[in-house]
Structure formats: C-alpha cells, structure tokens
Design a protein around this ligand. Sequence first.
Ligand SMILES: [Zn+2]
Length: 323
Amino acid sequence: MNFELVKKNSAYKKFASDVDNGRVSHAYIVYGEDGDLRKSFLTLACMKLLCKSACGECRVCTQVLEGNYVEILRLDGADKPSVKDISALIEKTYVKCVVGDKKIAVIDNAELLSPQAQNKLLKTYEEPPANLTVFLGAAHESGLLATLRSRGKKLYLEDIPTADIAKELVSCGVDELTAETAAAFSMGNYEKADKFCNETDYRDLYDKTFMMMAELKKSSSVPEYVYGGLFEKERIKITLDFMEIILCDIMKKVTGSKAPNCTVNREYDLARASEGFTEQSAAAAVIAVNDARKKLAANVNAYSVAGYMLLEILEAKYKWQKK
Ligand SMILES: [Zn+2]
C-alpha cells in the first residue's frame, strides 16, 4: 500500500507528532480491522522512528522496507508463537544494538497470542530497556488481556476514504470499474478491496452470497445453502461480511435512502435480493447476521449458526410482510 494513504490517517499523524516532539511512548497498541493498513502503518512507523523524515530511500529505510533491519524484532500472533518465542524476543531486546541506538519490537495480530504469551510479554513492560519501542498491532481489543491493553498508548486506524482506495487500486493496475466496485464494497477497508480485486475465490464467494440472497425464498431450501459451501468453517465469516454489505444496500432500497450503495453495478441482483423485504425485516436480518457472528465467537458449530440465521431471516420476512 502507498504510504501516502497511511500518512493521511490520524493515527499516523498522532504517532508522527510523538516522534517529532520527542515524546515517543515505550509501547503502542495499533488497532484496525484492515490488516493491510495495519501492516503498512507498522512499517512506516518503524521507518519514522529510525529516520525522522521516513524518506523511504536511505539505507535504514530500505532495510526496514525489506524487512531486514537487524534491530527490529518481529513476531506474528497468527503464527501462534509460544511463551518460549516471546521469552527469546524479550531477551533480544536487552542485547546491545549493532546498528544505531534503537530497538523496536513489532507484534502484529497480537490479539491472537495466547494469554500465557501475553502475560510473558507483560514482563517487558516492567523493566523495559530505555531504547526499546514496542508496537502491538491488533484487529480489535477482544482477545487482548486488559493488563496488556492498559500499558500501551492506543492508536486507532480509521477507515480509508473509498475514493482513495479506488485511486490506489487503479494505480496498481486494476481497471476503473473493478476498482470502483471493490472500493465501494470495502467500506474503507483496503485489505477487503485488494482481496476483491485479486483473489478469485473471494469474488466467487461474493457472487454466490449474492445469488443466495436473491434466491432464498423458502425454509425448505435452507439446508441446500447451509451445506452448499458458503458456510464452511473457514468461509462463514467472510460470507457473513458479504451478507451484511448486501443487507445494508437492501435496507437503503426499502427505505428509499439516496446514500450510495456498497455494491456497485449489481442493481439487478440487488432488486431480486430485496424482494419481500421491508424496513423491519431488513433490520431483523442484520441483527440475525450479527447474532450469528457472536455465536461463532462462542464456538458454536458453523452449520448450525448458518441454518438458524437463514431461518430467522426468512421468518422475519414472513412476519413483517408488506400488507
Ligand atoms: Zn530514510
């Protein structure tokens, strides 16, 4: 991602002003659902700490960009690092610098670290080496221990304006129509927009979700959709995201809202998907999707979550029919 997009983010502006004013905190927690944006932020923040202008061209910046600056220690929560891995990282923070005088520890997806690993990490906060800055990146607060959350300065990444996302995608070689569709659909999340342009599976899932929303009319066909691939354990969360986006537009349609749609060039599908919905039932459907997310977070089986949700949506449509 183009760093200019990150520089516009208020979270980055706050951090940059800390650096410029010599008030760098020993620890930052960077929150943002957009994994691409978070990753770019963390890289740019490291550059800014080590090269005041974050020029992107000097030796230090180049090494940061290439991921081989020796004083940056990295772990990713998604790799499920053990307590031992955390200990090894902490030990390295006390070793004298080989280059420059700053050490940086970057742990993205920190909310995925085990509570034991997080506890171990807390130890660095007790007696941190003076030259160390810790960055934790996280999609959200849930999953992070309260004790860990309270120790760092919080930075919240805001959504990227969809026009900026579209422009960025075009500059990466995406055609204008696809870029516009992806940007509107992403609702400000670059990672989603990028996946939409570049991952055929992702787009395929989007099309299939749209089809289901347009064709699901009776409860007897619920099992066919539940077991038709959209709601497998590894896909259901994405499918729920798609359903919410489509329902958001259905809501606009049934209320006559003039707000721009999140789905672009899908007027025909959207009209079909909107059939039979009223304001009340569309709202109930959004609630059903969110309830499904909560159940998944509580480890309820994906198929039963999906089945229950689809039946709830159909029931709401039936209950709130246009008279
Ligand atoms: Zn530089």
